[in-house]
Design a protein around this ligand. Structure first.
Ligand SMILES: [Zn+2]
Length: 305
């Protein structure tokens, strides 16, 4: 049994790569967006990678050489794997995560790609569901109430056991840790503790069932639900950006299901190389396999014509 039989309601044999040429696809996507009453953006890791926030390569070695040299571990190959390194102490754990948060959450301004996407949809009723935890949608101009970041945020921490449903803004703490870090570790007095149970804290990132879904998380989940309910009879574009197969049950499969169930919905899928779409949705879909930065650039270029 594979992921498709297990989780997707689309049989594997039904997926196609669209045959139209690139220019036709771009025009089709523009028409869909222009005619839409509302736009639902679904965004995954591929979008932030395309925007320039890559987790590996030079961006990793430029910023984490100290950690690579100290730990000599296969985990220290990129910023994704490094997060799973079994740090020997809280001082070492926060030494790493404060750096990770600085590089991916605190220091970067809004990336141009996110700003371009905002420009594309800002005149419409819009809602964003994203598995990205780097806060880029908010930085690019999307309103807090219009974004549902399902998997957490690099700027927040929670009780490691999830003993109470609250998350804490840790940006100031991370900046102080960043300044105080020596030999990849922070001083002991900076290690955060849970104000309720006294235990250790963790990043507010979904990795298991200790993930805290706080009041804000639930409010955004409800707004997502309300957006769909309010627009179910309207022309809705599902604009899916860089969503792969890590967690397809959050965005990718639900988007296909919604497009299938609502004839007034259309699906735009931009992905570096996984933009295949269900054949049954061919007429109401655009799937472009390319660097999303290039695709959005082409789309904006063609927009006025
Ligand atoms: Zn606790």
């Amino acid at each position: 049994m594979n992921w498709q039989t297990l989780l997707s309601t689309t049989p594997a044999s039904d997926y196609i790569n669209q045959k139209e040429d690139h220019d036709e696809q771009i025009k089709k996507a523009i028409n869909m967006i222009k005619e839409a009453d509302a736009i639902l953006i679904g965004a995954g890791a591929g979008l932030s990678t395309a925007a320039g926030l890559a987790y590996g390569g030079k961006r990793f070695t430029d910023n984490f050489q100290e950690f690579i040299d100290k730990y000599h571990s296969p985990y220290m190959s990129d910023m994704y794997s490094a997060g799973f390194y079994p740090f020997p102490s809280e001082e070492a754990k926060w030494g790493y995560w404060s750096k990770h948060s600085m590089i991916n959450r605190i220091l970067p301004e809004a990336m141009p790609l996110y700003q371009q996407i905002y420009t594309l949809v800002k005149e419409k009723e819009v809602f964003v569901i994203t598995t990205n935890v780097d806060h880029q949608f908010y930085k690019a101009g999307f309103k807090d109430e219009d974004v549902f970041a399902t998997q957490g945020d690099y700027g927040e921490i929670q009780c490691a056991k999830g003993c109470h449903p609250k998350v804490y803004d840790a940006r100031e703490l991370f900046i102080r840790m960043d300044q105080a870090r020596k030999d990849c570790e922070i001083p002991s007095y900076m290690v955060p503790h849970c104000p309720v149970c006294g235990g250790v804290m963790a990043m507010h990132l979904r990795c298991d069932d200790t993930f805290v879904e706080d009041e804000h998380w639930h409010r955004q989940a409800q707004r997502y639900h309300d957006f769909l309910k309010r627009n179910k009879h309207k022309k809705v574009v599902l604009l899916e950006l860089g969503v792969g197969f890590n967690t397809p049950v959050i965005i990718r499969f639900p988007f296909e299901k919604m497009a299938r169930e609502h004839k007034n919905f259309s699906l735009i899928r931009f992905n570096l190389n996984e933009a295949f779409i269900p054949a049954s949705l061919n007429e109401r879909s655009v799937g472009i396999n390319a660097d999303i930065q290039k695709t959005i650039h082409d789309l904006l270029d063609e927009w006025e014509n």
